[in-house]
Design a protein around this ligand. Structure first.
Ligand code: BTN
Length: 251
């Protein structure tokens, strides 16, 4: 591991032993404070008993894996708030590279998964707690990979099982938070363009054929780029298609 990361100014933290889900804890926290939070708050728990993932899936969270939710007030339109999905993915990529010292193996899969050696290492979940109040949940399989779901696009992997490196959740936490603070500053200062460019530079399957599946349909095409709204742009026989949200599969 490289030198310890420093917790950035302007972010509060709450560390718990066990919780149902850090997403639920964020909601309870907001209700208890009647909606008033002065700074962005990171809620981290050493264990979750009812973690959840995208599309209503369960997120299994054994001890040793990282689970946290950032709650943050953002007085911006919903589409702009949603760009934090990319900010978080880049922060995670940086945090993993810095904490492990590994320069290879990590990659990003649109919209926000971090892959390690081609398997799913982490997950990011965005929810709205109240108007302009984002809850951004991040789970990282630092210690062990949960069993694969039948419809999973990518088998889960863990950092320890893939690399033999043991990174504790308390050590990992400041790397992630400082990475997030850095990319968030860039978004606020320069807009989405540098975020989009950085994401594309780490993206898997750029220029190759992929499949975007939603509840309603499946679009297959060549992954061309990410547009200025964050949508995936596929080049298909019918022309360019922008996909705002989907699960990605590699045919
Ligand atoms: C995904 O399906 O890929 C997203 C998984 C998000 C899991 C994290 S763990 C911390 C936070 N609390 C939850 O219950 N879910 C998110």
């Amino acid at each position: 591991m490289s030198t310890k990361a420093v917790w950035p100014d302007g972010y509060d933290k709450l560390v718990l032993d066990t919780v149902d889900s850090t997403m639920n804890e964020a909601q309870r926290h907001l209700s208890a404070l009647s909606g008033a939070i002065s700074h962005p708050l990171w809620i981290m728990s050493h264990r979750q008993t009812a973690g959840r993932g995208r599309r209503g899936r369960a997120w299994t969270d054994p001890t040793g894996n990282f689970a946290a939710t950032l709650m943050m007030r953002l007085d911006e339109p919903p589409a702009q708030i949603a760009l934090r999905s990319f900010v978080a993915a880049l922060a995670l990529h940086d945090a993993l590279s810095e904490a492990t010292g590994l320069e290879q193996g990590f990659a990003l899969k649109w919209p926000n998964d971090v892959l390690l050696n081609g398997g799913k290492l982490s997950g990011i979940l965005l929810e709205t707690l109240a108007p302009n109040m984002l809850a951004l949940g991040i789970g990282v399989n630092l210690r062990s990979a949960p069993p694969s779901e039948p419809d999973a696009a990518f088998a889960p992997v863990s950092l320890y099982e893939e690399t033999g490196l043991r990174i504790g959740v308390d050590d990992f936490f400041p790397y992630l938070v400082s990475g997030f603070a850095r990319w968030e500053d860039r978004l606020r200062t320069y807009g989405f363009d540098p975020i989009r460019t950085a994401f594309l530079s780490k993206a898997v399957r750029l220029g190759e054929e992929i499949e975007a599946r939603t509840m309603r349909n499946t679009t297959r095409g060549v992954f061309e780029t990410i547009d200025e709204t964050g949508a995936l742009v596929l080049s298909t026989p019918q022309g360019r298609v922008a996909v705002p949200a989907a699960d990605i599969y590699f045919p």
